[in-house]
Design a protein around this ligand. Structure first.
Ligand code: PGA
Length: 252
């Protein structure tokens, strides 16, 4: 089964408008037809402007870093899935570890968010990953299985074809510590098996699983070469056009 290869850039709460446009333009200039699928996750205020820079044929797609689980209503300051869809967003990150840690997002809520994203014909990029204590205690697989049981495994099977998963060990995010290619492969295979055991092997085989956590030009190739790693969700290095495009070119 040939799964989509994807490199996604999560800009988090960085850049002003001018910087965001410059960054997007430099990335657009480097992307070729044969490049993997590229998704940019800029801050909300620049999403529409960046969408206008991309043309329909562009292999670069627009994503949002978060969404509210309700479709509309009196939720001051929040952004809904229909709003995102209406400005050209195709992908939404759901359950980044920063949202879990700083905004108290639970897997029950994340299941609702995934369903709202799917109801609006967009693709959720569901993030899972264990904290350092779980890795050190050797309980990382149990931890990830629990995250999946409360979220992805409760989706209806017909929704899986639009799902992307990102495995992002919390201890590797923004720390400069990367999971080794073997650690990444072993967790990606574990996630795929867990999904196959609950649904079917063919359903599990079609889900792209991205690795995230201190991916840089120097380690991307080895990580992306692993059998169950279908690309990366890149934070820090996605703010540098040189580094991000070098990571995109690591798929060769
Ligand atoms: P990082 O972030 O590449 O800066 O570690 C990854 C992420 O948070 O998605």
């Amino acid at each position: 089964m040939i799964r989509k290869k994807i490199v996604a850039g999560n800009w988090k709460m960085h850049t002003d408008l001018k910087e965001a446009l410059a960054l997007a333009s430099e990335i657009i200039d480097e992307i070729r037809e044969e490049s993997p699928h590229v998704i940019l996750f800029p801050p909300y205020p620049y999403a529409r402007t960046i969408f206008r820079l991309l043309n329909d044929q562009s292999p670069i797609k627009l994503g949002a870093q978060n969404v509210h689980h309700e479709k509309y209503g009196a939720f001051t300051g929040e952004v809904s899935a229909p709003m995102l869809k209406s400005i050209g967003v195709d992908y939404v990150i759901v359950g980044h570890s920063e949202r879990r840690a700083y905004f108290g997002e639970t897997d029950d809520l994340l299941l609702e968010k995934m369903n709202t994203v799917l109801d609006n014909d967009m693709t959720p990029v569901y993030c899972c990953g264990e904290p350092l204590e779980e890795r050190e205690a050797g309980t990382h697989e149990i931890y990830i299985r629990q995250q999946l049981e409360k979220s992805v495994l409760r989706l209806s099977p017909d929704r899986l074809e639009k799902l992307i998963i990102a495995y992002e060990p919390v201890w590797a995010i923004g720390t400069g510590k990367t999971a080794s290619p073997e650690q990444a492969q072993s967790m990606h295979a574990f996630i795929r098996d867990t999904i196959a055991n609950h649904f079917t092997e063919s359903e599990s085989e079609m889900i792209p699983i991205l690795y995230g956590g201190s991916v840089k030009p120097g380690n991307a190739k080895e990580i992306f070469n692993q059998k169950d790693v279908d690309g990366g969700l890149i934070g820090g290095a996605s703010l540098s056009p040189e580094q991000f495009t070098a990571i995109i070119k690591s798929f060769s």
